[in-house]
Design a protein around this ligand. Structure first.
Ligand code: ZN
Length: 401
């Protein structure tokens, strides 16, 4: 009884000391046994074979991606990198072996040439059909269904739009996980279109320009891991000496086809008010494309073209009030650029829609969600009214309102 006498301070201290020692011993025992268990586990893993460790790693990342092809001008070779089931593969090709089709781990890329020629033509006129679509954002299979069902490509994925002009108003990159597949697909299709007397116009969107500038905020986690495995910053996979990077650098920010002017975001009214030509918009935008490749920072109008009112970011056709373009300003733009329609992506809608009584057409039909998408068709000729309709995902002809 006296053992737990509350009045006995000495006794309490003794108890506390005993408890402390007990606690200390228990902790040491726990730590030691934890170490033991850990050691045994490591030994077991080592014994159970190296393969099981490798399997654990690749089970976490078994994606395929590539090729990323880099031209080594001095050696007259190109080095290709793939990630196959999470593992890096590398191969070297003599440049003289191009054109060449590369097939690795289910990824196909038809390399036309190690060189990319910049096409500086941004205006076309004549009698031709136009198809326009926007913002694929890595949705490769949805894109293929949309193009197949609307007969831009055949069942094998080859060009079947004859001498038509097919416009993609940017944003192939980011969000989705099949960006490389889309890039190589469009790269091949562009070549096939030319051979058939048609044209494929891939325009730069803000996501192309973001990636080229190393802004990776919207990158799918797959590509973060791919870059890690290839031991390169992601933007370096599209560097100047890479075939796709060079190809992207050759793309314009706008194209005019008869009475129709296309860009990713749109044309700010100041471009008309300040009397800028399409040629000047495109060449100044391109001259300021990649910050890291410029001699001095972007400034003046070149900087303006890369900011929120520039052709890849502008949203003024979808905003009310001061931030939006007025009906008069749209008329001014149409008159200045000698066109009837401005056609843009970037600002997502449920389907292809018109604004300003059809003078502006919004073609970002939210393909990025991976569920649905539409394609705009225009029966086009220089001095005639355009006939337009929407192609649905399953290839139905729908009216444009
Ligand atoms: Zn965009």
């Amino acid at each position: 009884m006296s053992f737990i006498q509350p009045s006995n301070e000495l006794n309490i201290m003794t108890i506390n000391k005993k408890l402390l020692i007990l606690l200390l011993i228990t902790s040491i025992v726990i730590i030691l046994s934890a170490f033991n268990v850990f050691n045994i586990n490591v030994t077991k893993t080592q014994i159970s074979s190296k393969n099981s460790i490798q399997n654990e790693v690749s089970a976490a990342f078994i994606e395929n991606d590539g090729p990323y092809l880099f031209v080594n001008k001095n050696e007259l070779t190109a080095t290709g990198y793939w990630v196959c089931k999470g593992e890096v593969k590398k191969d070297i090709f003599p440049l003289k072996s191009f054109p060449k089709t590369l097939n690795y781990c289910g990824l196909s890329a038809e390399i036309v040439s190690a060189d990319v020629k910049e096409n500086n033509t941004i205006e076309y006129s004549g009698d031709f059909k136009i198809a326009a679509v926007s913002d694929f954002h890595g949705q490769y299979s949805l894109m293929k269904s949309l193009l197949q069902n609307n007969k831009i490509i055949d069942q094998q994925g080859n060009w079947s739009f004859a001498d038509g002009h097919f416009v993609i108003t940017g944003d192939v990159f980011d969000r989705g996980d099949k960006v490389t597949e889309i890039l190589w697909f469009l790269y091949k299709l562009e070549h096939q279109a030319l051979q058939a007397g048609g044209q494929l116009h891939l325009l730069l969107g803000n996501h192309e320009v973001m990636i080229l500038n190393g802004d990776l905020r919207y990158l799918n986690p797959k590509y973060t891991e791919v870059a890690k495995r290839l031991n390169m910053p992601f933007e370096q996979l599209f560097s100047k000496n890479s075939i796709l990077g060079n190809w992207l650098r050759s793309k314009p920010v706008l194209v005019k086809l008869n009475n129709n002017l296309f860009a990713h975001g749109g044309f700010h009214p100041s471009l008309a008010k300040d009397n800028h030509s399409l040629e000047a918009v495109n060449s100044t935008f391109k001259a300021n494309l990649i910050k890291a490749e410029l001699d001095s920072p972007r400034k003046g109008w070149g900087k303006f073209l890369h900011k929120s009112n520039g052709p890849i970011w502008y949203r003024g056709y979808f905003k009310a009030g001061d931030e939006g373009a007025s009906s008069e300003e749209i008329d001014l733009l149409l008159k200045h650029f000698d066109i009837n329609h401005i056609i843009v992506g970037h600002t997502s809608q449920k389907q292809i829609e018109t604004r300003y009584q059809g003078r502006v057409i919004a073609i970002d039909s939210s393909i990025k969600k991976g569920e649905y998408g539409e394609i705009l068709f225009i029966e086009s000729a220089k001095n005639k009214d355009d006939v337009m309709w929407r192609g649905s995902l399953d290839g139905k002809k729908l009216s444009l309102n």
